[in-house]
Design a binder for this molecule. Sequence first.
Ligand code: ATP
Ligand code: MG
Length: 348
Amino acid sequence: MRVLGIETSCDETGVAVYDTALAGAAALRAQALYSQIALHAEYGGVVPELASRDHVRKLVPLIRETLAQAGMTPADLDGVAYTAGPGLVGALLVGAGVARSLAWALEVPAIGVHHMEGHLLAPLIEDDPPAPPFVALLVSGGHTQLVAVEAIGRYRLLGETLDDAAGEAFDKTAKLMGLPYPGGPQLAALAAQSDKVPGTPGAYRFSRPMTDRPGLDFSFSGLKTQVLLAWQGSDRSEATRADIARGFEDAVVDTLAIKCARALDAAGSDTLVVAGGVGANRRLRERLAAMCAQRGGRACFPRPALCTDNGAMIAFAGALRLQAGQHDDASVRAVPRWDMATLSPLAA
Ligand SMILES: Nc1ncnc2c1ncn2[C@@H]1O[C@H](COP(=O)(O)OP(=O)(O)OP(=O)(O)O)[C@@H](O)[C@H]1O
Ligand SMILES: [Mg+2]
């Protein structure tokens, strides 16, 4: 089954074709992504109306480009999957409207995919995918969640952030240190400089929030205040900037690793799946891989490009559901707020 996936929930237009007849990562026949970062940069954050309008401009050309890359025509498609939520309602409506109309015209089924299920399943696109049950850490710009994945489609929330998401904490901290939007990857790059002379990794130590008590919830909003105080009292030299960034990154990575180990204990699992934009962070990947290996298990990540928003994860999640016989009626679905626990499992 060849499924077109469309992602337009926020500031990335993503399109991909996933072919269930092929094995492993080769099943991802083609993908294309257009990021609106430059459009929103001058505002320091995503402007919803600008995002919607840009999806309108970019989506159809990207679909053409992706199909050409796959050597396919629209008539070769067996289904269309699109992000139905959660996300910005105007942005969602663009992808949903195009996807639903295309499926109608081609007389193939369409399915609305949950964006976070897309992220969660992205590691399964890669070769040697893990099979449920496992624990998933979702760390993106809007979410930080630990989820017990009992089966595909059956998700039990173990813990989540009470305030800022991990990616949001990266972005806000980067902003207060004067780094351009979106700051997460830039802050990580700055932190890497701390390993080089004259940097001193460990010079700044920030707290590991909520690790001193039982539980699987997170709180990242206090960290940026700690960084702000350190930043204001510092000489702001290149080395100090790098050391502060490193202190922040270490605090987030440590906190996530401590809670992941606890979640694996709670779920009685040794397999951790990591997804969402912060999953692209090199030090987080190394730390979680080492932690899982030490327990005799493994940590599974998608390639960094599939950690942030993309069409491939939507094509894949949609293909699994369409293949199991699920599909939507003819309505255009856009669900800005949507609890992942309400999803239905794949047919047994
Ligand atoms: N290498 C990195 N280190 C730390 N953070 C990163 C890195 N790369 C990306 N990020 C962060 O990941 C986030 C973007 O990820 P993603 O696209 O999954 O989030 P989103 O789609 O905005 O949020 P959601 O999926 O929750 O709606 C941003 O906050 C960004 O700063
Ligand atoms: Mg996302």
